[in-house]
Design a protein around this ligand. Sequence first.
Ligand code: NAI
Ligand code: MG
Length: 526
Amino acid sequence: MDQSARARLMHKLADLIDRDSDIIANVESLDNGNLLKWRNSMFFFVQCCFVIMLVMQTNFTVGQFQVMLFINNEFVESVTKKTFVTSNPANGKKLADVAEGDKDDVNLAVEAAKKAFKRSSEWRNMDQSARARLMHKLADLIDRDSDIIANVESLDNGKPFKMAKLDVYFVQCCSLLCCYVRKEPIGVCGQIIPWNYPALMVVFKLAPILATGCVSILKPAEQTPLSALYIASLVKEAGIPAGVVNVITGYGPTAGAAIASHPDIRKVAFTGSTEVGKLIMEAAAKSNLKKVSLELGGKSPLVIFDDVNLDEVVPLAQDAIFTNSGQICCGGSRTFVQERIYDEFVKRTVENAKKRKVGCPFKEDTVQGPQVDQDTFDKILKYIDYGKEDGAKLEAGGKRWGNEGFYIEPTVFSNVTDDMRIAQDEIFGPVQSILKFKTIDEVIERANNTTYGLAAGVFTNDINKALTFANAVEAGSVWVNCYNATNVCSPFGGYKQSGIGRELGEEGINLYLETKAVSIKLPAKN
Ligand code: NAI
Ligand code: MG
């Protein structure tokens, strides 16, 4: 049974226990006289982690929620009343005018968050089991409205209908009170997220906020503000107190920079480009030394040894980079193939690329939608030109697909060498670069010869090769005979310039907690 199915069963069990909690508490009181003890064990169930599959359908119209800033549980206009346009990447047409937040709006959101986090506020006084219950409620609402959210996502981001069956993770709540060490919520946190997985990123970021009792000022990417605003409306409906979650839509250098440099924000979490990650860290250092966690870019190696079954591996290696139109931080963007099978691998990869269905995100058989916007589209075509200029062999694709929207053909280069720009820089598009290697030592060296270190993959039937590579490669996630296998219990983040800190798993929770050691003088030694 996969985790999501198991999570659903846990969810169901927690609901049933919740429903019958009076009966169980009565049984417990009669049987052992201790009601409190029961409450603790019930809490344990409610804090189970659950994963929600968002199933996409059609028929969404913008207008079921408000495309304004979400501050203190209300949708409000920005102070300047300015708006910006978010458009549909499948045809370039306008979807909605979204409120444009800036510094003054961030200040208002921080005031609301500070109030929500004040000592003796409703949120601070709420015990962990009640907080877990609210998370549970929010997860139910997201589940209820999963069709709407998935449609918003396809319209705003271009993510294909089928592909955008998003797994929305709610990370485990965490209660770590021991005798003398307390884990306490950090407080007001800024969270700046990108456009490639808009709803998933909202949940990655909000889950530890709610689990630990922090409060958030979240800024979605300007390209894809809609699903975050929809989820904000559910935050209010779930009964989460005002000020706990605030959403400021707007641009990076204004609203984003105001978050990174705000003196009252104590932690900032950012997902996006390495370039902006550096700016965030600098702003944090220059303002109040707020804690920083960063999930940045990558140029991840996927190594294929010559003992594999090509029928299985060719499509997997292609999914590793073409998933989400190649707009994926951990994409396997350097495909290293062992010499003996190289030519056959390239031939089959090209056949496979030509079969991939590009098109409207809402068509049933589409596996690749448009790129998110003109800038991303232009950057990818520029790198395709670099590939040709630097001497790689263009084997498939290489051009715009169709005549409207920001579609790019699935593109494959062979004869790629380590010095080429397409082998060094993050392209963030459907461009597969295939490199040749001879030995395991050589490929480890070359795989690590990058400033990034987010992820890596290896395909082989030889366990020794797999483990040697997995232990030697400098990457935060390593996948063996699979790729992009991120899950809620595994810490996720990067080595080197791919980031700082790990989201998800226990480490993801710890990012939002301070540790306090309380030492008490004892009256006498025994
Ligand atoms: P970006 O890093 O500029 O944008 C990500 C988020 O940061 C957005 O919410 C944006 O508004 C915000 N931001 C931008 N400048 C800021 C600033 N000075 N202060 C605070 N916040 C700021 O990424 P962009 O421009 O959309 O994409 C450029 C490249 O970055 C992509 O081609 C790709 O290579 C990489 N990227 C990596 C992602 C990942 O998942 N690791 C996600 C998105 C982009
Ligand atoms: Mg940018």
